[in-house]
Design a protein around this ligand. Structure first.
Ligand code: SAM
Ligand code: SF4
Length: 463
């Protein structure tokens, strides 16, 4: 585990030489080539205090994001299949010792109903989430759930990519998981700080730091192409966490030739009967949160950065500018909650943590367009086998944009025709026209042809 080198990370954080505005400016200048940053350079940027330099950092993160992702934002929703858990994470409402939490594991029929709800909202991507439990979240159950979700088809709408966020698996189980046809396997280390990790996970299988840290190695070796890492910000010093998270990403890149497909940046939120969640030991301010997101964008320009509805709408808007490329929308964090009333006490007693953004998918979509972001429901890469190193090659050559823009526009048009409210349509139809106008040459012609097919009633049009 030497690639999470705590001493080295601490020495970088405390290195006065990295506290130099001239050096920090030089590093930001250099980052514009979208080739990434070293750990030392990232540490220097984490030390920025000067207001003008911070603004420059933010502007550059926006520039690099636009260079690689354009103005696209990929949308998804989580689907919780069980809140049963054998672990006792001090920050999570699903923890085993929370006897007041109403426990629920969805039946296959309920999973179908939840999926139907999401499909009817217009979602095309789901993040399947589960507590850790040998029976309630067994591989067999996850397999049946994935099959059921993919099976739901309503008037041309269906879930086309299922990513999975579950406890770490063995190499053999990852092979089975891959055979279910999942997209990205996601698992957050929560905190990379060894001592804090053990304090936060006092018992249960999750107590084993190394088992979790090497989950991605096992997943990649078992043939899962795309893996997503993350840290739960607020458990330890954010500078340490950011540098350790980047160390993990760099290490995967060095050993497997591809870094993580995504990095998630959840911040600790209040959670029912979770002792640590109401008063984070190292609460991360909005200011520092924005800084760390911008630095991750510059350090690993080709990695998707995921932001969930844990954050408030206003802050989410600011973070889109700094490098976020995927967002959840219209989320619920308890099993079965999509079909139940959002206000019900029952849901609160089953949810994992409190949300900061309660808006519906339709409202988020309208907001994105008003802010100049193109909502994308595209799942083409995964289904055209452009995953893992094939995706990274395309991304790094800059060619991915030529595929993504038409696919984003055509899947968004599909959404607008089938699901959007009149109010959203009135904003978004014009927005889509402008997006097409921005294109030129064959990309424009292809996009127009795709849009016409969608208008003629064809669904799932992509290339
Ligand atoms: N049980 C599995 C695990 O722990 O890896 C997977 C699902 S867990 C429900 C998903 C993630 O929720 C965790 O990895 C953790 O980062 C996040 N989480 C837990 N409690 C949270 C809280 N109070 N605020 C924000 N995120 C939280
Ligand atoms: Fe269980 Fe995951 Fe919550 Fe920990 S974070 S208590 S492992 S569901």
């Amino acid at each position: 585990m030497e690639f999470i080198d705590e001493k080295y990370i601490d020495s970088l954080i405390n290195d006065d030489k990295l506290n130099d505005p001239a050096l920090q400016k030089e590093i930001i200048d250099k980052s514009k080539d979208a080739k990434g940053l070293t750990l030392q350079e990232s540490a220097a940027l984490l030390n920025i205090k000067n207001k003008d330099l911070l603004e420059y950092l933010f502007r550059t993160a926006k520039e690099v994001k636009e260079k690689i992702y354009g103005n696209r934002l990929v949308l998804f929703a989580p689907l919780y299949i069980t809140n049963q858990c054998v672990n006792n994470c001090l920050y999570c409402a699903f923890r085993r010792d929370n006897k007041e939490l109403k426990r629920k594991t969805l039946t296959i029929e309920e999973i179908r109903e939840e999926t139907e709800f999401l499909v009817k909202q217009g979602h095309k991507r789901i993040l399947l989430v589960a507590g850790e439990h040998p029976k309630k979240s067994s591989m067999q159950f996850i397999g049946e759930a994935v099959k059921e979700i993919y099976d739901v088809h309503i008037n041309g709408g269906n879930i086309r990519r299922i990513n999975v966020n579950t406890a770490p698996l063995s190499y053999e189980s990852f092979k089975v998981l891959k055979s279910f046809g999942i997209g990205t396997y996601q698992c957050f280390q929560e905190t990379y700080h060894y001592h804090t990790y053990h304090k936060m996970h006092p018992d249960g299988p999750k107590h084993d730091y190394a088992w979790r840290l090497f989950a991605m190695d096992r997943a990649l070796l078992a043939g899962i192409d795309d893996v997503g890492i993350g840290a739960l910000f607020g458990l330890t010093d954010y500078k340490f966490e950011t540098l350790a998270l980047l160390s993990h990403a760099f290490n995967l890149d060095q050993r497997f030739g591809i870094g993580p497909h995504t990095i998630s940046v959840p911040r600790l939120e209040p959670a029912f009967n979770a002792p640590v969640a109401h008063k984070p030991p190292f609460a991360v301010s909005d200011h520092d949160f924005k800084k760390l997101v911008a630095i991750i964008r510059l350090a690993v320009p080709y990695t998707g950065i995921i932001l969930s509805t844990r954050e408030r709408a206003e802050l989410r808007r600011e973070l889109f500018e700094l490098g976020i490329s995927q967002i959840s929308a219209g989320s619920r964090t308890s099993p079965g909650a999509y079909r139940e009333s959002q206000e019900s006490i029952e849901e609160f007693e089953m949810e994992q943590f409190q949300l900061g953004d309660h808006r519906s998918l339709d409202e988020v979509v309208k907001d994105c367009c008003q802010l100049g972001y193109l909502p994308s429901f595209c799942t083409a890469c995964y289904r055209s086998s452009r995953t893992g190193d094939r995706f990274m090659e395309l991304a790094k050559s800059g060619d991915i944009g030529k595929l993504c823009v038409p696919n984003a526009i055509s899947t968004f048009k599909e959404y607008l025709i089938d699901y959007a409210s009149d109010e959203t349509k009135s904003v978004a139809d014009k927005f889509v026209e402008n997006e097409i106008e921005k294109l030129s040459g064959t990309t424009k012609t292809k996009t127009e042809k795709m849009i016409n097919r969608v208008k003629d009633g064809e669904r799932d049009v992509f290339f």
